[in-house]
Design a protein around this ligand. Sequence first.
Ligand SMILES: [Zn+2]
Length: 482
Amino acid sequence: MKIQAAVVFSRLATLTLVAAFSTASLADVGTHLEGGSAKIITLKLTDYQSALRKLISDGYDIAGVDVTNGTADVIVAPDTVIQLTSLNLGNVVNTKTIDPAVAPDVGYTTYEELSALLSDYHRRFPGILSVESVGKSVEGRDIWAVKISDNVANHENEPAIFFNAMHHAREVMTTEVAIDLIDQLTSGYAANPRTKNWVDGNEIWVVPMVNPDGNNKVWTSNNMWRKNTREGYGVDINRNYPYAWASCNGSSASTSSDAYHGPSAASEPETLAMMGIVGRIQPSLSISYHSYSELVIYPFGCDQQHAPDRVTVENLGKALASRLPKDGSPGTYAVGTAWELLYAVDGGDIDWYYDEHDVLPYVIEVNASAEGFQPAFTWRQRTVEKMRAGWGFMLDRMQQSGVRANVTVAGQRATSGVVTITPIAGDQQMGDPIRTYKIKNDGSFHIVIDPGMYTVSVNVGDRSIQQDVTIGATRLDLAVAL
Ligand SMILES: [Zn+2]
């Protein structure tokens, strides 16, 4: 314990006052909240971007932001408030005292309740919903994945879409959004043609609680806990993915930081569980639910980096955000990369999904600063209803402009290969760079892309075929034989 603290303090050499008062440093204030009160300080930042980077590099736990007002909510132990304000990053516009030992409102779903609930959904809807464990957490809890599709027991070679929630333990509303998604898709299936169309045409996968151990800690000892519970200090699962891991000051090497990235890329069983399910289903689109800040975030997380098919990624992100009105102020959710909206992030899930499996992946940060991580339970219904427009849009989008194909080689389903999409010169999509996609393990590919004229090239081994296509408002389904 002493050795750990020494490491932290050497990183924060200027913060010796903190060391004098407490064995906790600023960097681990979130870790050591048990047994005392804490403050959430809302700062109106003088220079939003540089101030957020300063707070992160000093190891502060930023709970959320308000992009429109240029404020950040910082969680600190009471004896470190003065350290925070003496940084002179902006004026304190609100101070909230919280007791981390108080459990969330009983309305929110615990891991045990979730496990029972998912069994119950399977019992009620066995033909369209199955539940499986995709791995065990550090403490041995099953991480549940729900599949919703017609003929759910079979792999029908349908395109996949992926939703997940609660990488971060304290973000209890996100699991509620996932449960509501499951509820809407199952209870609406029989009577709602739009819902039936989604379920029949896709494999819809949902992991409602990525971090069950952290969530247990939220209920039993610290409602501000964010990480998993590895060795007591925990790892931030959403800084533990292999893409760009620990590469751009978007995470911390200190075990006591709330953004600790772990000893190595994909060191955590929760991360591996997610990588396993995403690698198996290879979804076209995904949403990872977080809270809070009213944002839609897309790749990449490191400063100044953009996705190669930036136009596609941004257009879809903007369309998604435009469906999500903010709670307390006019307008809709802000949209951009993490480094544009917040600060650099490395080892995040969406960058890995995008880079490794060609997913168009989005983070949605639900709820506003005024609501925080665990708003009064009356916010539950408002929040999940709002989110229906977002995931509904994404499910619709699976059958809208894009191209999908099953690829065969000499009559056999392809098991590997690549597809490149090139905008045809003169078309409005000229600004969109060429992107290469992998053929999925079931021999198909599904590329969600804006309408336009493209050359599609499919290469398997030494065989290739090229076709010019016009992609309109609805998905183009092809059979490609090489
Ligand atoms: Zn989060």
